[in-house]
Design a protein around this ligand. Structure first.
Ligand SMILES: [Zn+2]
Length: 250
């Protein structure tokens, strides 16, 4: 038997064991998953959208196929907020107590948290950036919208100085000493690529409105290295478009 099929069988066996476990669990704890098993996410029943979904994220954005459109501009009303910094085993996430809101696709969305991936999950013309920040928003109906800020190596990012100086190496959370205003992270232009997609982590739920901002922001080499020391790679591979058209805002 090939090593890879053996691994698959072991994985399915372990997955079925953990299923049995959860049926008795009362805390409704989500399944454990890893980036090492990214191709098997969809084999776990409650993650099947990862395999069966037709509008999955992330994607490769091919500029010549992007359609110019009149997608509404992103308007942000972010506010300074207390924050906690969490290492959840998959990324570093900054939870905002009251981060303000953004007007996205003519609807108001509250900014809930932001987190990072390395390399960037989104590709532009087949290329990754060293990192990406995902700003996760939720509207009154519980729908999600994400603004992706691509990150290139450059100047030290002053707005994230405290975050990157205090990245928790182990799973757990702590309060950030300073308040944070996500406005300070944004590039000068918020022109974006818009499309429908999904969460890029299990359960890969769809119906997420994506906004990939064209102009990247910067982190210093030291800041990028500090993240990579904790998460060497935490990016889902790009997914098929399945006929989706990527639009570009004005
Ligand atoms: Zn993300």
């Amino acid at each position: 038997m090939k090593d890879s099929s053996m691994k698959r069988i072991i994985f399915l066996f372990l997955a079925s064991l953990s299923l049995v476990n959860t049926s008795f669990a009362e805390d409704n704890k989500p399944h454990h998953w890893t980036y090492g098993e990214v191709k098997e996410w969809g084999e776990v029943p409650e993650f099947e959208t990862c395999k069966l979904g037709k509008e999955q994220s992330p994607i490769n954005i091919i500029k010549k196929d992007v359609k110019k459109s009149d997608l509404p501009a992103i308007e942000t009303n972010y506010e300074s907020s207390k924050a906690e910094i969490v290492n959840n085993g998959h990324t570093i996430q900054i939870n905002l107590a009251a981060g303000g809101s953004a007007q996205l696709r003519n609807d108001e969305y509250k900014l809930v948290q932001f987190h990072f991936h390395t390399p960037s999950e989104e590709k532009i013309n087949g290329k990754n950036y060293p990192m990406v920040a995902h700003l996760v928003h939720k509207n009154a109906d519980g729908h999600l919208a994400v603004i992706a800020l691509l990150i290139k190596e450059g100047k030290e990012n002053a707005a994230l100085k405290n975050v990157f100086a205090n990245l928790p190496a182990e799973e757990g959370k702590s309060d950030l000493a300073n308040e944070i205003n996500v406005t300070d992270l944004l590039p000068a232009s918020l022109k974006y690529y818009g499309f429908n997609g999904s969460l890029t982590t299990p359960p890969c739920s769809e119906g997420v409105a994506w906004h990939v901002v064209e102009k990247p922001i910067e982190l210093s080499k030291a800041q990028i290295s500090a993240f990579k020391k904790i998460f060497k790679s935490n990016a889902r591979p790009v997914q098929p478009l399945n006929g989706r058209v990527i639009e570009e805002s004005n």
